[in-house]
Design a protein around this ligand. Structure first.
Ligand code: HEC
Ligand code: HEC
Ligand code: HEC
Length: 163
């Protein structure tokens, strides 16, 4: 009987983990720790060289860094666990960072999950598709008009393991 109770509690705990779904954003500085340098395909450096990394600076230059309408697409996880007006952690979520596309990394950042895509996908990692982008690249004139996913992917490419 005791064993059964222990088992039941363990099962409930596991289920609560599986259904929690509350993964949080850790910010690019945390991703950078493992994804920087030549050995890691210069993933971080490549991102840094593109416009996503400058998205916050660009709204700031226009004096619009407090405008919610701009923050939604020019920051990471806006009002959804990342950037939030008045929050002390905001510096960690400026611009369109890794987690804007790859999903909030609080759990899948663990090395064991990083090495196991299937498990990572259950723990916050996003299987990137066109819809990952079109929340921001919404076809509006401001967002550059009609979004060409394949072309856009080439422009932001930072894959290195399959080349
Ligand atoms: C959170 C919103 C957001 C998401 C998600 C997003 N983007 Fe962007 N993207 C932007 C913004 C904002 C800019 C322009 C930044 C600037 O210039 O200030 C941009 C710029 C770009 C550019 C121009 C890059 C350059 O350096 O010239 C490309 C290409 C692009 N995005 C592709 C993508 C693709 C592909 C995806 C999905 C896999 C994606 N984006 C997801 C907001 C987003
Ligand atoms: C629906 C998402 C979205 C919203 C909302 C949004 N932007 Fe953007 N913004 C983008 C995308 C996507 C691009 C890149 C367009 C392109 O590639 O041509 C962009 C580009 C820019 C750029 C151009 C940077 C450059 O390369 O010259 C500036 C500046 C900018 N946005 C400022 C703003 C401001 C200010 C607001 C609020 C008034 C705002 N954006 C709201 C998605 C958005
Ligand atoms: C605009 C969306 C976007 C942003 C921002 C972004 N990535 Fe990616 N990333 C992708 C896409 C698309 C792929 C290729 C398809 C896939 O692996 O899902 C990819 C692939 C990768 C890979 C796999 C590389 C390989 O060769 O297997 C790593 C690692 C990675 N990204 C890390 C990062 C890190 C770290 C950052 C931030 C410094 C970042 N990404 C920012 C969209 C993005």
């Amino acid at each position: 009987m005791k064993k059964l109770i222990v088992l039941a509690i363990a099962l409930m705990f596991m289920l609560s983990l599986a259904y929690a779904g509350d993964f949080s954003y850790v910010g690019v500085k945390r991703c950078r720790g493992c994804q920087k340098g030549e050995r890691k395909g210069n993933v971080y450096e490549t991102w840094l060289s593109k416009k996503h990394a400058k998205a916050f600076e660009n709204i700031k230059a226009k004096g619009e860094e407090k405008n919610e309408k701009c923050l939604a697409c020019h920051t990471t996880g806006f009002n959804n666990g990342g950037y939030k007006i008045g929050d002390a952690n905001n510096v960690n979520y400026e611009g369109v960072q890794c987690e804007s596309c790859h999903g909030p990394g609080s759990v899948y950042k663990k090395i064991s999950l990083m090495k196991n895509r299937e498990e990572a996908l259950k723990n916050g990692l996003v299987d990137i598709k066109e819809e990952t982008c079109t929340g921001c690249h919404d076809g509006s004139e401001h967002a550059g008009g009609k979004f060409n996913y394949q072309e856009a992917l080439k422009q932001i490419d930072h894959t290195y393991t399959k080349k």
